[in-house]
Ligand binder design. Structure first.
Ligand SMILES: C[S@@+](CC[C@H](N)C(=O)[O-])C[C@H]1O[C@@H](n2cnc3c(N)ncnc32)[C@H](O)[C@@H]1O
Length: 370
């Protein structure tokens, strides 16, 4: 079947309903991810002055590489599957675009060749490609992870195995997933004396996507590792705290209800966006994108989001407290009026971030103790 995304038209096989079929993979649900990638590449050309080579490391139909090539990038597509590689070639040709196509194991290619931008969009976890990609990418590493259950602690052992960290199943599971992934990517890059700076990150539907600027040097790599630490969470009252450092130092018990605290980490506690960059990405979304409106909304949400490493869900809190939910704007205004920072998050309509703790949120939202 023919598919149009942005300014390109490609051919992809009919897909099974599950998305996992016989032929070369193409998932229409990921169009937002790809539209945003094109916008990120446009903003990246301003941020990284000399960036012009782009590797679509796990290309399947080549849709990412073809779209990058159509935007003027010196694009390369790589896949180990012969049918995928043939389709990448045909899709470049169909759009009158040049581009390298490699039938290789992506790890072998990335250990041999460097690219200004490397894009990892594999099935499941990106960790099997993380070492090679951390060395190959000169300026920017784009990473998708679709294994959200391991990342957020719902599939605990699998998360521990893949990410060499302890994820915990909390109500802020998207934030947990984002930060476990970023922690693992920061530790991987540090092995090669490289530092990651997350410049845009989102958790949408069944995947996490992050864009990592890379810098060289042991000092900056150490500084990136300084952004790692642990989250300590009370499953009883939802109080949580965090501490920086590779050795966890939790309070003995929850200071609010005295219950046991669960520790997650090591994970990334630093910022997950560069707000100016996120705004530049929003401005780079173009009308030919199928998800233009959604992509602009997402960047606006991201730009307004606080940097705190966990979020809350108003409905879960009020249900637990046995009180009625409020309109989100009113709820956030209560927090701000009480002197706390508060923002919505891109994770959902009822999720928010604040520097107030769970007892302070309750006091601010229900000052009469209702
Ligand atoms: C999820 S699909 C890629 C989807 C594509 N990026 C898109 O946006 O539509 C993953 C692809 O990675 C390829 N792949 C898996 N392991 C690989 C490896 N070690 N080296 C190269 N390609 C690999 C698979 O053949 C498959 O085509």
């Amino acid at each position: 079947m023919r598919v149009t995304e942005g300014s390109v038209e490609i051919e992809v096989p009919e897909q099974a309903d599950s998305g996992v079929g016989e032929g070369v993979f193409y998932n229409p649900v990921q169009e937002l991810n790809r539209d945003l990638t094109v916008a990120v590449l446009r903003a990246a050309q301003q941020r990284f002055e000399y960036a012009d080579s782009y590797l679509d490391a796990t290309a399947a139909s080549g849709i990412r590489g073809v779209r990058a090539a159509a935007d003027g990038w010196d694009a390369a597509c790589c896949d180990r599957d012969a049918d995928a590689v043939e389709l990448c070639r045909a899709n470049l040709e169909r759009n009158d675009l040049a581009g390298e196509v490699h039938q290789r194991d992506a790890n072998a290619l990335m250990h041999e060749q460097r690219f200004d931008v490397v894009d990892l969009d594999p099935f499941g976890t990106p960790i099997p490609f993380a070492d090679a990609a951390s060395r190959s990418a000169i300026d920017l590493l784009c990473v998708t992870a679709t294994d959200t259950a391991p990342l957020c602690g719902a599939h605990f052992e699998s998360g521990v195995r893949s990410y060499s960290a302890v994820p915990r199943n909390t109500e802020y599971h998207q934030e947990m997933g984002v930060r476990i992934l970023l922690g693992a990517m920061a530790r991987t890059a540090a092995r090669y004396d490289r530092a990651v700076t997350p410049i845009l990150t989102h958790a949408t539907k069944h995947y996490v996507r992050t864009y990592l600027a890379l810098n060289d040097g042991a000092t900056v790599a150490n500084e990136a590792l300084d952004e790692l630490g642990h989250l300590h969470h009370c499953q009883h009252c939802l109080w949580r705290t965090h501490d920086f450092g590779l050795v966890a130092d939790p309070p003995e018990s929850c200071p609010h209800c005295d219950e046991h605290l669960q520790t997650a980490g090591p994970l990334w506690l630093g910022p997950i966006h560069d707000t100016d960059f996120v705004r530049a990405v929003g401005a780079s979304v173009s009308e030919d994108m199928g998800t233009a409106e959604e992509a602009r909304d997402l960047t606006e949400r991201l730009a307004g989001e606080l940097d705190t490493p966990t979020h809350y869900d108003q409905h879960r809190l009020t249900k637990r407290w046995g009180t009625g939910a409020m309109a989100m704007d009113e709820f956030l205004d209560c927090l701000r009026a009480a002197g706390y920072a508060a923002s919505r998050t891109h994770y959902g309509g009822t999720t928010f971030k604040t520097d107030a703790d769970v007892t302070e949120i309750r006091a601010a939202a229900m000052p009469t103790g209702s």
